[in-house]
Design a protein around this ligand. Sequence first.
Ligand code: ADP
Length: 486
Amino acid sequence: MTASADRPAARVLFVSSEVAPLAKTGGLADVASALPQALTDSGHEVRVVMPAYDTIDADSVPIAPHTVDIAIGPHHFTAGIRQTVLGNVEVILIDIPSLYHRGRIYTEDPDEHLRFAVLGWAALELCRAWDWSPDVIHCNDWQTGLIPLYLHTTHRQERFARTGTVLTIHNLAYQGGFSSDRINDVGLEPFREWLHQGHLGEGWFGFLETGLGYADILTTVSPTYAREILSPEYGAGLDWLLRKREEDLYGILNGIDTTVWDPATDPYLPYQYDAGTLWRKEWNKQRLLEDLGLAHDPDGPVFGLVSRMVGQKGIGLIPGPMAGILESTDARFVALGSGDPELEGALRGLEERFGDQVRFVSGYDEALSHRIEGSVDSFLMPSQYEPCGLNQMYSLAYGTPPIVRKTGGLADTVEPWDPASGAGTGFVFEHFDEGGVWWALNQTLDATRNPTAWKQIQLQGMAIDNSWASRAAQYADLYAKLTAAV
Ligand code: ADP
């Protein structure tokens, strides 16, 4: 089959430690689910491989009648194979209870390196079992970082002679560094010279570093983050290697799943709406505030936040400037998230001080996250760094102009409001400090005081297409580049 007139269909083995909705801790899972489906829609043959964690309902992933033998270093596993389909994509799950039945996806157990080395190794053994030669193996994050090196060493086989590799960085901060006495475990003892010699001298090796060295093409999830990670400030110790590979590094924005995030069909919203029925959003706001025990005031803007509570997200910059705004206006602030107790404590402190204006809900709540997007006036994302970010794209689609710091995918997806021309989709500040947040909150308040200008910002954001179709085509172009090169 031909994917398009000028781009042949590719056979793609897509390997990920998370795939939504089967197993998810963050944005990686959403990408590993939506991208293969969008690629399949455009005619590519994609097979997704992931571990069969015990957190996945076993009935939803039936066991296949064959097994795969895995002999890696001194270890031997007989992997059961489970299968399911997500939309139109076949998902294959590697079933090795001794490795993947831990009650959670990631652990700090002493064999964490082996759990994910085996994932990559098993994906390659599956190709042999299927008698299938992929054109491309698409790896994701550190967990799959050894695959490109396996193709040069332990799996240097005719089957993979024309197979290219893509490694996508979803967050450079997570690198999979392990003690060098684990090298034998992952099958690379005879190939130590392929690993970073300086780091071996220091007693460790890195999965992500290895993948960044040997994958044919590197991608990350926004053009700005692709540039930022070349600098020491954002490079998390790997900028030297990324600079060496700069010609092979591409930034492709993530998309949003519009079957899940669309205010016109969102089942979590009491009142669904679109660009022509935006007034219904005010009804959602009224209901949300009531449910949270806050008074509704049509003239008081409501700020919202949904986030993992980690330093990266800039949560600590919010309470100071927000307190200033709450003291002097009728604004309200609704926040949802869980994580670092200190950051949660800072938001709880704000709620205690402004009981009539602030609600902080600690926890993970899918329904409430949708309701916040579909109710509040403006959504806060003051991140220190943000590889792509999804919530600002949900906010745009929901007519909820986001307030973001100019970094990574936030810089690429939110156009700063220009009061003079009326152009723009949100509020963008540069400096990662309280002054930046203060400036952006005040600029937002100014805009809300002019209902015509405000509606224009909302509609400009809602008109933006952040769906997966065009983003998937950019990956397909890279696959075509790889297949043309062999
Ligand atoms: P990251 O992957 O760094 O957490 P993203 O913005 O890419 O950031 O994706 C975060 C996703 O997780 C979004 O879909 C967001 O709505 C969701 N999320 C984060 N915290 C919560 C929470 N407490 N409850 C519900 N959803 C949450």
